[in-house]
Design a protein around this ligand. Structure first.
Ligand code: NDP
Ligand code: 8X3
Length: 258
């Protein structure tokens, strides 16, 4: 049984967050399942004991401000924050992207994650007990065309997680950034391709990608580690994925104009 008791999972209505919520609830945790789509969260709460559905948009300061007002007393003593809510919008080059999409990624993956962390850390530090698990991505370490702002947000998550460890020096509060590569069976690519499900499905054709259950298993593993052990970073890829190397344009014409 984990030392920790009550987890708040952002982005719990789909993908990793949904699997993490179910696995933690089935392993004795109380779980606050947070996301924008309340109907999905209520369905999970119906299926699993010890899940409280919380409608919360991480980009809305007022939702984060009023978080504790909406929780029943027995869910207020949160000691685990899983900062999982996040998204990519498009794979266009930055010069061809919509600024609104780029800003939404930053607002969700960066500003929202920081605001959630800042909201919960004071009680973690006060109680000298807490665990922040952030969802980064291989996209934060390994560049690819079209990854631009999404990869930038995940690089932020990675370095923010490392810096949090230094802010928390002298406390028992833990921080881990999980950096997965290709993961199927989530809504990630459906969202990224604006609801084009065919395009989304093609991302995983002929692959055996990481599944949300694999991520949930890793989260549970982390929460069950001895209190004196902190895994700082955990990068994971499916076996079928590896690094692509650097690219070179041969005979590049530096004077060519479109
Ligand atoms: P999904 O699209 O399946 O799930 C994303 C979740 O985030 C949904 O529950 C969505 O719920 C929620 N969400 C989105 N925006 C907000 C918001 N503003 N406020 C609150 N909740 C929000 O994606 P995944 O499960 O695949 O991804 C989860 C995390 O893992 C993300 O941070 C992603 O970047 C990262 N990741 C994903 C990988 C992949 O290949 N799938 C690989 C590496 C990292 P709702 O719409 O109801 O709000
Ligand atoms: C999601 C993984 O490679 O699609 O974070 O950016 S990738």
């Amino acid at each position: 049984m984990s030392y920790y008791k009550t987890a708040l999972v952002t982005g719990a209505s789909a993908g990793f967050g949904l699997s993490i919520t179910k696995l933690l609830a089935n392993n004795g945790f109380k779980v606050i399942a947070a996301a924008r789509r309340l109907d999905k969260l209520e369905a999970i709460a119906k299926e699993c004991k010890n899940v409280f559905p919380l409608q919360l948009d991480v980009t809305k300061e007022s939702d984060i401000d009023s978080l504790f007002d909406k929780l029943p007393d027995d869910y207020k003593n949160i000691d685990v924050l899983i900062n999982n809510a996040g998204l990519a919008l498009g794979t266009a080059k930055v010069q061809d992207s919509k600024l609104e999409d780029l800003n939404t990624m930053i607002a969700t993956n960066v500003t929202g994650l920081v605001a959630m962390t800042q909201k919960l850390l004071p009680s973690f530090v006060k109680n000298n007990c807490g665990y922040v698990i952030n969802l980064g991505s291989t996209a934060g370490s390994w560049p690819y065309t079209g990854g631009n702002v999404y990869g930038g947000t995940k690089a932020f998550v990675e370095q923010f997680s490392r810096n949090l460890r230094t802010d928390l020096q002298g406390t028992a509060v833990k921080v881990t950034v999980i950096k997965p590569g290709l993961c199927s069976d989530t809504e990630f690519s459906n969202v990224r391709y604006y609801g084009d499900d065919k395009k989304a499905a093609a991302v995983y054709t002929g692959t055996e990608a990481i599944k949300p259950e694999d991520i949930a298993d890793v989260v549970l593993y982390l929460l069950n580690l001895p209190r004196h052990v902190n895994i700082n970073e955990l990068e994971m890829m499916p076996v079928c994925q590896t690094y692509g190397g650097l690219s070179v344009t041969r005979s590049l014409d530096l004077n060519k104009k479109d």
